[in-house]
Design a protein around this ligand. Structure first.
Ligand code: ATP
Length: 516
């Protein structure tokens, strides 16, 4: 854990040093939990967006994308239930004066028990070696069984307390589990209170309730209110999806852990509209499709796990998270929710307008059911950064920091490096840079010895370095160096674009995704 916290610190400082992420308004000492993406960060972020958009919209003829406004009519949030129910239960520790989300304190307690189970399983694996059968071990080992029962009983109590909005019961659970404040170490807790997460502001010059509007806490509602506009203008037939990438705002009680939890963040959401009764099939379909999409990035399959929701949101009949192994442990990266017809029905009721689809095959109109996939762009950014950041010891005992970012997401796909700054090498290098620029973001660098330049590119995750030397002028060949293996290879300039495409093109990653 200690070591992982250190890793997060290293990532934060590396991000700043190389222009990925800066603390927001830093010259004024920053603003809590707010960050700016720098010159390389915005490239990486745009590439993540492109991977999502292309996989969702370009690769599916029945999914289209929109870009709705952040401000929406205030009744939207009455209808969606956010005004009344978009709350987190908060609790304060009287000694440290620190504020926590009560449900998160309990979840973290459960996670500790889960780790105990994992330790027991690891011990078993060591003891039994190749014979080891994990499922059988989990079903029979008394320690594992005892801890699994503990988890089940805590989860049941938490679910019932939250479902009944029984805040006293939530507090009692925290007391019974003897959960202590990580800062003060005490169990001196206040009552649990509900806290609404929406930011509000006022429209124009009119003050008062009538003019109160909200910064959207999710992008989904912009899709729901446009459901018929898109369906009609795009002549869409059920099942179909509407995708959107955009900012969302939540006044999080505890916004820590870098860009994992911010008050202003970006979501990539897709609402898939289906026939009533077919939602569970599509829910399973999208769970699998989204898992594949993540794993296709190559950040390591062992870094993902599914987590079914204990307490369902007010709109859902099934929900799960895809969790990622962040430096702080496994945490939610994406949510997949079966939202039923809740949102569209609510908007019908509050707006007085019909939001129905006439299904020609069934010869009837209905309010479609919705399956949603919702991934946090910033969390995905952190997943990419934290899993690709490596401090490697090399054969000659030196070290290098390398970002093994999936090539297609890397801010620069290649660096063009003339070996020396004279003899016509820079001119030749510029020619190559120019030719690649139409398709790829490439960087030119002629300063310092070649080894130092390689290290600089490693540190920002450039997958390919192209070196131009005197031989290049004679036979039109160049040396390309691979970021991950550091292997160098001499190839003809004619082959260069193809080499980059094999590694870092959209076609490559989307073809791989399609094959899986
Ligand atoms: P959490 O339980 O971590 O608060 P959530 O379940 O409220 O998240 P959703 O409402 O399902 O989150 O939102 C969908 C996605 O948006 C999440 O999976 C996450 O990736 C992202 N997200 C939500 N809140 C934040 C935040 N404060 N900062 C960054 N990303 C966020």
């Amino acid at each position: 854990m200690e070591q992982n916290q250190d890793k997060l610190k290293d990532i934060i400082s590396h991000s700043k040093e190389y222009g990925f992420i800066f603390p927001s308004s830093e010259i004024y000492d920053g603003l809590a939990a707010t960050y700016d993406y720098g010159q390389l960060g915005s490239e990486l972020k745009n590439n993540i967006k492109t991977y999502w958009w292309k996989a969702m919209v370009q690769m599916h003829e029945n999914i289209v994308g929109i870009d709705a406004a952040i401000f929406m009519h205030p009744t939207t949030w009455k209808a969606s239930g956010h005004v009344d129910a978009f709350n987190d239960p908060l609790i304060d520790n009287k000694d440290s004066k620190k504020r926590y989300r009560a449900d998160v304190l309990i979840e973290e307690h459960i996670e500790k028990i889960r780790q105990k189970i994992q330790k027991e399983v690891d011990k078993g694996r060591n003891r039994f070696g190749a014979e080891f059968d994990e499922n059988q071990f989990k079903a029979t080992n008394p320690n594992v069984l005892r801890n699994a029962e503990k988890i089940a009983s805590i989860e049941e109590r938490m679910k019932s307390a939250l479902d009944n909005n029984d805040l006293e019961a939530v507090r009692n659970l925290i007391l019974d589990l003897e959960i202590v404040c990580p800062i003060s170490g005490s169990k001196n807790w206040t009552e649990v209170r509900q806290f609404n997460l929406m930011f509000s502001t006022e429209l124009g010059s009119v003050a008062g309730d009538a003019a109160t509007i909200y910064l959207r806490p999710e992008t989904a509602q912009g899709i729901f209110v446009n459901f018929l506009n898109v369906q009609k203008s795009g002549r869409m037939k059920i099942p179909f999806g509407i995708a959107q990438i955009g900012k969302a705002f939540r006044n999080e009680i505890v916004a820590r852990q870098f860009i994992f939890r911010m008050r202003e963040f970006e979501q990539m959401e897709m609402q898939f509209f289906v026939r009533p009764g077919e939602e569970m099939r599509w829910y399973e379909y999208w769970k699998e499709a989204r898992e594949k999409w993540h794993k296709n990035l190559g950040l390591g399959n062992h870094n993902y796990r599914f987590h079914d929701h204990i307490k369902l949101a007010h709109y859902a009949n099934a929900a799960c998270d895809i969790e990622f192994n962040f430096p702080m442990g496994f945490k939610e990266l994406e949510g997949i929710h079966s939202r039923t017809d809740f949102d569209l029905k609510q908007h019908e009721q509050f707006s007085g307008k019909k939001l129905q689809f006439f299904d020609p095959e069934m010869n009837e109109s209905y309010v479609p059911y919705v399956v949603e996939t919702s991934v946090g762009l910033d969390r995905l950014f952190l997943a990419v950064l934290s899993s690709s950041y490596q401090n490697e010891k090399l054969e000659d005992d030196s070290e290098r920091i390398v970002l093994k970012i999936p090539a297609v997401l890397a801010p620069y796909k290649a660096a063009v490096l003339p070996l020396i700054k004279k003899d016509g090498l820079p001119e030749k290098a510029r020619e190559i840079q120019k030719a690649l620029q139409f398709e790829y973001n490439v960087q030119y660098d002629e300063k310092d010895a070649i080894g130092r330049r390689y290290r600089r590119q490693d540190a920002i995750g450039t997958p390919i370095c192209i070196t131009i030397d005197h031989q290049t002028l004679e036979d039109n060949t160049i040396t390309i160096r691979d970021r991950d293996t550091m292997i160098q290879e001499r190839i003809s300039i004619d082959k260069l674009e193809q080499k980059i495409a094999e590694k870092a093109s959209w076609k490559k990653i989307l073809t791989d995704l399609d094959k899986n």
